[in-house]
Ligand binder design. Structure first.
Ligand code: ARG
Length: 497
């Protein structure tokens, strides 16, 4: 206690025996550690200082507490922030510990900080405040991954590769077409995160325990000092709602599921010699000296499991909770933070791996025609000449079944005679069929919207670039909103300390 004459708020003057909230009666016992979230709350330490500051500024502006008390509290908060989370006194959670630390510094008047609020609205505000920043980090990582995919794709609009279904060669495509498919998926993942941000970015502060307060508080003011886009209006909803946690975690889980597919492909393609990861993204074996393993991609693939586990934990914890506040909530948000950490890191690693990987054009081109992957193109050609597609399919399927090894013009011609009664040249010129059997020409021929022909991919890439620019602008606008609010809060605090 720095202020002796204000002592005695907890009966024995020893704040470490229990925080200002628990007092002597609830000073702990065997469940003390079990009840405490103080260690995990490190994540929301800065958020809590900001929430405290905004609340105190508002209480002062509304004349709910005196300006001298507001100044003393804000001064103490400055010292507590500088000392850091590790320096906090013992407490049930960061909110109680910071309040204890304020009272330790300035005496009982520090207890005015908690006027017209509860830890329930306070913790909800802190989680939302912190999660906002984390969502922005994962958004930054996601748009960077998209940029990398688009840039690498642009270099490979002519690089033919096998396209697979059921992991079997299906139709030739290009590396650009393949990579831009992931840029498209990640654009939707970005959209889901941006949507989640909107609903996270609402202020529950001022809900108090859940039931509002008789004090003439200004909820809009604290919301704006903290950069929130609006209020969670109903105070019971505001204190209880955690749907923003599973919404965010679901968006993160979707992102990591997308990345797990990319990672899996890169594992398979590395194994086939189609792509080589940079050494920085590979690992070797402790016994087998020749090994270069795509371990980073396997870890990216696994991180989707972390995110899914977090989502499952959240839904399980939150299901069936009665209104309004229950301590179960204390164990919810760490799952969202863990998921977002795992996925943000995996996103950065996946982007780095794609940026530095080398696509083996020759091996890809050789593989592109394997397994009669041009079969569909031949059937398409016959169908274009007027043969019903199903019949054309039968001609090519017959040739594929009979051929031993790769399917040649003669095999197709024989099948056409059997199925159609005429040789191929009654329908299509021989050179056209031969071209359709070439994987490069095959990929080039599919110029439908979103297809692999270089012109079509260029259009896709340019659309992907425009969406990327728009998403970056949305992210920057959120970042500016947050930093503008932080500056105005700082101005209000500086004016008082
Ligand atoms: N540490 C608590 C949490 O994270 C803060 C709220 C405590 N409120 C209460 N009524 N016990 O949920």
């Amino acid at each position: 206690m720095s202020d002796g004459d204000d002592g005695g708020h907890n009966g024995n003057g020893d704040t470490n025996a229990g925080d200002v909230v628990r007092r002597d009666r609830f000073s702990g016992g065997p469940a003390r550690g079990f009840l405490s979230s103080l260690a995990a709350d490190e994540r929301i330490f800065e958020a809590d200082i900001a929430v405290d500051r905004a609340h105190v500024v508002m209480l002062d502006e509304q004349g709910i507490i005196g300006s001298d008390d507001a100044s003393a509290i804000l001064n103490a908060l400055g010292e507590i922030e500088a000392a850091g989370h590790e320096a906090l006194p013992d407490g049930e959670d960061v909110h109680a510990a910071i309040e204890t630390a304020v009272i330790d510094r300035i005496g009982e008047r520090g207890g005015r900080m908690h006027t017209a609020r509860s830890r329930n609205d306070e913790v909800a505000a802190c989680i939302r405040y912190r999660l906002r920043a984390d969502i922005l980090d994962v958004l930054e990582a996601t748009v960077e991954a998209r940029r990398v995919l688009i840039d690498v794709a642009s270099e490979h609009t002519e690089t033919v590769m096998p396209g697979f279904t059921h992991l079997q060669p299906a139709q030739p495509t290009t590396v650009a077409h393949y990579l831009s498919s992931y840029a498209s998926s990640l654009a939707r993942d970005t959209g889901r995160l941006l949507d989640a941000f909107e609903r996270v970015n609402q202020s529950p502060l001022g809900a108090a325990a859940f039931a509002g307060t008789p004090f003439d508080i200004d909820r809009e003011r604290t919301a704006s000092l903290l950069g929130f886009g609006g209020l969670v209006e109903n105070s019971m909803d505001a204190a209880s709602a955690r749907d923003f946690l599973f919404e965010t975690t679901a968006a993160v889980a979707a992102l990591s599921t997308t990345l797990s597919g990319l990672a899996e492909d890169l594992v398979v393609y590395s194994n086939a010699g189609y792509v080589e990861l940079a050494d920085a993204y590979a690992s070797t074996s402790s016994i087998m000296p020749q090994k270069k393993n795509p371990d980073t991609m396997e870890l990216v693939r696994a991180s989707a499991g972390d995110a899914a586990a977090g989502l499952n934990a959240l839904l399980s914890i939150l299901k069936g909770l009665p209104r309004a506040y229950n301590r179960d909530l204390q164990r919810a948000h760490p799952h969202a933070f863990d998921a977002i950490d795992a996925v943000a890191e995996a996103t950065n690693v996946a982007a780095g791996a794609v940026a530095t990987a080398e696509w083996r054009a020759e091996a890809l081109e050789d593989a592109a025609g394997e397994g009669f992957s041009t079969a569909t193109g031949v059937a398409d050609l016959l169908a274009m000449s007027g043969v019903p597609f199903r019949t054309a399919h039968e001609v090519v399927a017959t040739a594929a079944e009979r051929a031993d090894g790769s399917v040649l013009y003669d095999d197709l011609d024989a099948a056409a005679i059997d199925v159609l009664g005429d040789g191929l040249d009654a329908y299509v010129a021989q050179e056209e069929i031969r071209a359709a059997l070439d994987p490069i020409a095959s990929a080039r021929s599919r110029g439908s919207v979103g297809g692999p022909a270089p012109d079509a991919v260029e259009t896709t890439l340019s659309n992907l670039r425009s969406t990327l620019v728009a998403d970056r602008e949305a992210i920057e606008a959120y970042e500016h909103g947050i930093s503008d609010a932080a500056r105005s809060l700082e101005t209000e605090v500086d004016r008082r300390v």
